[in-house]
Write a protein of this length. Structure first.
Length: 516
């Protein structure tokens, strides 16, 4: 039987693992690293460079080097989060014809799906070199708080890379699977996952080989990149005050600042001070200018106070939805590179009242969990069962732009739920049913998933014709919706499989180009 690999497609770094003899094994890349930078560059000849090679030339080729594509995937150009993000990037973000956020590389717009596909293709080659066979299937992880469109976009990136994505698995759930395989005791764990671009918190119960997700919450625009940005702003503001020049306006200087900020952040996780030394960062009237300064851990922590405070609400919401208190949690798993920062560890300790477990590698455990899930799906690990939840409310738009929730967030899937609605006008002969997903009471502020019409209703007074709407969601998150007029039984239905914004033809064309 063909092997199924597990891929952690990260904002900053990606990792690939495979199940060998019932145990997950992380695979080294061609450069000898266990993780690969999620970076893609196009050189002057138009050739694509991925991973460590891309990172090495990011300073000399800033506008053609794309990092953090995961923060754009499945998002609209006009999203407030995308607009805020754009001011921090050395490369250009543009609006696609359908309004999605794409990246302009040398006057060629490229979708985040295509960029992510280059990273996934690199992971595929890494696994093929190690296993000595062609790989066509993978389990790919995503932040637990990704919505349906972002998940589908990730699946499409896999298809472009020549992979059939057998499952999209939530990152905290993957970490819990890898951890639980090694620690068989019945327990409740909180997976505190702060990566390069996203924050997730999931509460799981492990009992007799059954992994049940009780609740999940998160913030898809909070991660290591934001902490880097705080350091960039500290350095750039100092330099501007001293020399009257904003380094953030120069793409090469900004890329050098980002590299220095990332290095300083890592060093301050183990040291109390670090030196930032960037010679010839700019040119002034009197000649070259240099940026040299000492940075203290306390300074960084004070500057990151707002970011650290944003870790609290998702954790409290997840605990409430799981009907747990911090005392009910047996173990806190720290996942994602940012959990190496002492202030983040202290925050997790303060929220849950216990030290986070450092018995796992935060950069590798998610890929290992994806490999474990491939074993569950393939029947290799029959003693393990996974019960997941849907991360967002799902419902129908009603009068006044309100969203009437039919399936609540953190409902175990598969699930079925129904609700009765009434007509809002006299002699109404049809109802248009619009489906939305998201946490906001206003439908327009949530993600619109689809629309269908139930027609030929009996003419009657306002509110007299009743329509029952049923939502059925399977274990893969595919949503089927049925609407039936009560009394006549006249029905209409639709299956909603989210679109990532790319058409089937575009995906096929990009996949063909990738395979060449």
């Amino acid at each position: 039987m063909a092997r199924v690999i597990g891929i952690d497609l990260g904002t900053t770094n990606s990792c690939v693992a495979v199940l060998e003899g019932g145990e997950p094994t992380v695979i080294h890349n061609q450069e000898g690293g266990r993780t690969t930078p999620s970076m893609v560059s196009w050189n002057a000849d138009g050739d694509v460079v991925v991973g460590a090679a891309s990172k090495r030339q990011m300073v000399t080729n800033p506008q053609r080097t794309v990092f953090g594509a995961k923060r754009l995937i499945g998002r609209k150009y006009l999203d407030r989060d995308v607009q805020q993000l754009m001011s921090r990037l050395p490369y250009a973000v543009v609006a696609a014809k359908n309004g999605d956020a794409w990246v302009d590389v040398a006057n060629t717009p490229r979708s985040p799906q295509e960029i992510s596909a280059h990273v996934l293709a690199k992971m595929k080659r890494v696994a093929e070199d190690y296993l000595g066979e062609t790989i066509t299937e993978a389990v790919v992880t995503v932040p637990a708080y990704f919505d349906d469109v972002q998940r589908q976009a990730t699946k499409d990136a896999g298809a472009i890379a020549g992979l059939t994505v057998r499952a999209i698995l939530n990152e905290p759930t993957a970490a819990a699977l890898a951890y639980g395989l090694q620690h068989q005791a019945n327990q409740r764990i909180a997976v505190f996952d702060l990566g390069g671009g996203t924050f997730d918190i999931s509460i799981l119960a492990i009992e007799n080989g059954v992994f049940e997700v009780l609740a999940t919450h998160g913030d898809t625009v909070l991660g290591g990149d934001d902490f880097d940005r705080v350091i960039i702003d500290l350095l750039a503001d100092d330099f501007k005050n001293e020399h009257g020049m904003d380094l953030r306006q120069d793409s090469v200087a900004l890329q050098r600042l980002k590299e220095a900020a990332e290095r300083a952040k890592i060093e301050l996780s183990s040291a109390m001070t670090t030196d930032v030394n960037l010679p010839f960062i700019a040119a002034g009237p009197a000649g070259p200018l240099h940026l040299m300064r000492e940075l203290e851990r306390g300074q960084l922590e004070r500057a990151c106070k707002t970011l650290l405070e944003r870790l609290d609400p998702p954790c409290q919401k997840a605990l409430a939805d799981a009907r747990c208190t911090p005392a009910d949690i047996d173990q806190v798993l720290l996942v994602g590179g940012m959990t190496r920062m002492p202030a983040v560890q202290e925050r997790a300790h303060r929220i849950f009242g216990k030290q986070g477990s450092k018995g796992v590698n935060p950069d590798e455990i998610v890929a290992m969990g994806a490999a474990v899930h491939s074993g569950i799906m393939g029947g290799e690990l029959q003693e393990v069962v996974l019960l997941d939840v849907t991360p967002h409310d799902m419902g129908v738009k009603v009068a006044g732009d309100k969203m009437s929730v039919v399936i609540q967030a953190n409902t175990s899937i598969p699930t079925r739920a129904k609700k009765v609605f009434a007509t809002t006008e006299d002699n109404q002969t049809f109802v248009a049913i619009e489906i939305f997903q998201g946490p906001n009471e206003l439908a327009s502020r949530n993600r619109r998933l689809g629309r269908f019409v139930l027609g030929d209703l009996r003419p009657a007074g306002r509110g007299q014709t009743k329509v029952e709407v049923s939502f059925t969601m399977d274990a893969d998150g595919i949503l089927e919706i049925t609407a039936a007029e009560i009394g006549t039984g006249r029905a209409a239905s639709v299956t909603i499989e989210a679109s990532s914004g790319l058409t089937a033809d575009e995906i096929q064309r990009l996949a063909h180009h990738q395979a060449r």
